[in-house]
Design a protein around this ligand. Sequence first.
Ligand code: ADP
Length: 356
Amino acid sequence: MATEKDVLDALRGVLDPELGKDLVSLDMIKDIKIDGSSVSFKLTLTSSGCPMKKEIEENAKEAVMTLPGVEKVVVDVGSRPSKGKAGGLPPREPIEGVKNTIAVASGKGGVGKSTVAVNLALSMKDKGFKVGVLDCDIYGPSLQMMIGVKDSLRATVDGRIMPNERYGMKLVSIGFLLDEDTPVIWRGPMVMQMIRQFLREVHWGDLDYLIIDLPPGTGDAQLTLVQTIPLTGAVVVTTPQDIALIDAYKAIQMFSEVGVPVLGIVENMSSFVCPHCGRTTEIFSKGGGEKASKKYKVPLLGSVPLDMDIRKSSDSGKPIVAQNPESSHAKAFLDIAETINKTISAPAFSKASAGR
Ligand code: ADP
């Protein structure tokens, strides 16, 4: 029969992926009870919204199940009462001078997340708002290319980072700091440090909207962001086919679990109008965004077609909303910005935010 020491030893092999230490050293394991082949214990997470909750619970269960004679493991997952600090991390605080922070996320890469982020930012600017864009996509920062700015970032006299500027927006990107051709292997702590620095040490000035382009998926960058600032909301970009929607759902779920309002889904590359014959082809299937919106109970903010002009304009440093704001494609982005703006300004939304 397993002993309490065996259980603790097994759990010493399970790490909290975020804090990089094992569950026993982090004092997360309590009340171990062994009844024949059945083991139960309390697992106390550092914060109630811990996005790694399921992963940690499953790893803990698996580790104890490997002990000889153990057939059943019951984990009672709880969290430490919040005292303003989560697991030794500084409390979440808004960025000084920035009214709204919107994360643009996706489950998969290549669905057009950065294209949406940049055109959404330009649309907000077009509506008269003061806007900043932060490109945190560690795997493929593209702001420098999409917006045609490659200058490195400068520091102010007091050591803060000065954003670059283009199209009347403040811009900060990991791409401004890296050499395009040199690969970087991003380890968790590096990602966290970089994102905290961008959120805390940039001189953003007064902004109505800071649009944050995240890497695809639900990893360290997302986690650091939600733990560092109280995000106003998240927009999830997806293409309409089922395989992308499954991953989009994971992103939606992650934000919901940590209490960030999901403002809605943007369906990108939704249909293709042939420039030669004018026929519409649903390359990535039809109605996926709407289906997902109903299934996951989040609004569909809008659909953006697959179009050569959108691709060309982004790749040439002048996104469609800057290049041709009157075009129907730019209108799709402007409408999405309008919907987001209305959602955020609604009294019910502000009231709910105040309670978060
Ligand atoms: P992600 O940020 O999800 O990796 P990007 O925004 O970098 O994706 O887009 C990937 C590629 O697809 C880019 O070349 C971009 O110009 C192109 N693209 C994105 N959205 C569209 C669209 N609606 N129509 C045509 N090309 C698009």
